[in-house]
Design a protein around this ligand. Structure first.
Ligand code: FAD
Ligand code: SF4
Length: 509
């Protein structure tokens, strides 16, 4: 006799999940389901669907071995329903119960589906984070600006990570000024660990190939970890071989090395296979043992207990309408180049090809290449948001949306960032080797070969002059523009307009 259903979602694969802690092994039934609505509401990258389904199947096996009763629905089961609520209703009818325990999902869409379901759902907080949503609200309340840096200091104090008493280790909270070095090719640099698919993953790959084979993204080879044990190996490998260079080369981009010193741990963290504190404690231990410099460990820990937690706080604080914000009124359709159509811009061509092949691009590729171009070109932020949500292996709305709508597209009007992340081609030239192999010339500001980022940069600033000219961090840019020769300014703006017209016409710009 089943008393209650215990919902475990695809990104809730943690043995210490609040819903599991509240459940009773003897009487409750765990419900896990691969459902069409979740897999298909944006065109998710096939690698991402495979990762989630395979990790779910492994986790369900672990739970069964641990003595739980688990009702697991595979996508191709004949009687599977299309939605999470549909599956709960079906299992509830089978077992004569309408009581459900769930951990709060990381997306408003699912929270309201559970709220509206004709079931008695007890929703527990998701406490797999350093900062609860209540604590974030308390921190945010009454502040004029919600700057990440201040939040991060609170998290350092709260966790004690890299603290010496009440002072930050090394005398500074942030070592970012050491972290902006371009990288050169290094054949000896370690690569992320790759995991060969086992029988469960092989079956999932066949399923995903048959159901989602036409979606943007290369499914095979598939090498992501799908169990906690392998995710821990990935963490160990990163900490041992790559962390030391993380700080220095955090912003660098290289054509031949998509991963550089990045950890590729976000897929495992966001699924729940790893926890934020265990990762940070490992990173801190490397620094304490003198094996990595302070700018590497501080920089890494800031991303996890700072940015990641902050983004979650913003998503839930801002509410369900966040993904439709568009304060800059951008309405251009997302160009086909984001889905792999040819482009002569080498930086975009590389970032998109890498995204297609790996379902991964690192932060600066997302922010300063694909994101920067979308913002400069005035693309509808909701379409940009749906693209990021679809194509990245680590994309879940609670973390993707504030990064895209807020940090990258400034569509929230400055809640996440105090100024838009825009740059001309200069930044990309400094931090990457993309420009050396491009049809455009990054040094050309106008003319047939002018780098489109150079043209669009000014076009963006001028279109939004009323909003940004008084921003003290942007005033210098407007002064530079005003000092420019009038004829040159006209050329820049007319070439930018011509470029955007070619983009709209579907030309391979
Ligand atoms: C437009 C845009 C969309 C993004 N979408 C996502 C997303 O869907 N999911 C996601 O996890 N991250 C997202 N990010 C943040 C960041 O790009 C990824 O976390 C990072 O690239 C993951 O790769 P990694 O594990 O190798 O990270 P590393 O560079 O090794 O960083 C370490 C860890 O820090 C955390 N982190 C770093 N930066 C951020 C950030 N800005 N926000 C939240 N966590 C951060 C991640 O958990 C990451 O694993 C996005 C960034 C931008 C600009
Ligand atoms: S020249 Fe411009 S378009 Fe080409 S790679 Fe460099 S930044 Fe990108």
């Amino acid at each position: 006799m089943v008393k209650r259903l215990v919902l475990v979602l695809g990104d809730q694969l943690s043995h210490a999940l609040s819903a599991l802690r509240a459940a009773d092994k003897a009487h409750d039934l765990i419900v896990m389901a691969e459902v069409g609505d979740e897999a298909g509401y944006v065109p998710h990258h096939p690698k991402k669907i495979a990762l989630v389904f395979s990790a779910m199947r492994h986790f369900a096996d672990d739970l069964t071995a641990d003595g739980w009763q688990v009702a697991y629905t595979k996508l191709d089961d004949a009687d599977a329903s299309r939605s999470i609520v549909g599956e709960l209703m079906r299992r509830g009818q089978e077992h004569g119960t309408s009581e459900v325990i769930a951990t709060r999902p990381g997306e408003w869409r699912l929270i309201s589906a559970l709220d509206d379901a004709p079931l008695s759902v007890t929703m527990l907080p998701d406490d797999r984070f350093v900062c609860s949503l209540e604590a974030f609200d308390t921190w945010a309340e009454g502040r004029k600006e919600l700057r990440m840096e201040w939040f991060y200091r609170e998290m350092r104090r709260k966790t004690g990570l890299m603290m010496e008493g009440d002072k930050p280790a090394g005398g500074k909270w942030n070592f970012d000024h050491d972290n902006r070095k371009p990288a050169s090719g290094d054949l000896l640099r370690a690569k992320p660990l790759r995991f060969a698919p086992d029988a469960i993953t092989a079956e999932v790959l066949d399923l995903v190939e048959s159901r989602f084979g036409d979606t943007f993204g290369t499914l095979r080879p598939f090498h992501y970890a799908v169990t906690r044990a392998d995710a821990l190996r990935a963490l160990d490998h990163f900490a041992t071989h790559l962390l030391a260079g993380f700080g220095d080369y955090q912003d660098a981009m290289l054509m031949q090395d998509p991963f550089l010193h990045h950890s590729i741990l976000s897929p495992y963290l966001n699924l729940g296979l790893l926890g934020p504190l265990e990762i940070c404690q490992r990173v801190e231990a490397e620094w304490q043992a003198g094996r990595v410099p302070i700018n590497a460990s501080e920089g890494y820990i800031r991303q996890v207990i700072g940015w990641r937690e902050y983004m979650r706080g913003i998503y839930f604080r801002e509410g369900p309408d966040y993904t439709s914000r568009n304060v800059l009124g951008h309405d251009r359709a997302l160009p086909a180049l984001y889905w792999g159509a040819p482009t002569r811009m080498n930086c975009l061509s590389h970032a998109v090809a890498q995204t297609r092949d790996e379902a991964y691009a690192h932060h600066i590729q997302r922010l300063m290449v694909t994101g920067n171009f979308a913002l400069l070109a005035g693309i509808d932020p909701h379409q940009v948001h749906e693209w990021y949500l679809a194509v990245y292996i680590d994309a879940y709305e609670w973390v993707e949306a504030p990064n895209t709508i807020g940090m990258s597209q400034f569509a929230d009007g400055g809640i996440v960032g105090s100024k838009p992340y825009v740059s001309s081609g200069n930044y990309i030239a400094k931090m990457s080797d993309y420009c050396s192999d491009c049809a455009y010339a990054v040094k050309d500001k106008t003319g047939a070969r002018a780098c489109p980022f150079n043209l669009l940069y000014w076009d963006f600033l001028i279109r939004h002059r009323d909003r940004f000219a008084r921003n003290p961090r942007m005033a210098q840019m407007y002064r530079t523009w005003d000092r420019m020769d009038a004829a040159r300014r006209d050329t820049v703006l007319s070439e930018a307009t011509a470029f955007l017209a070619r983009l709209d016409a579907g030309e391979a710009v």
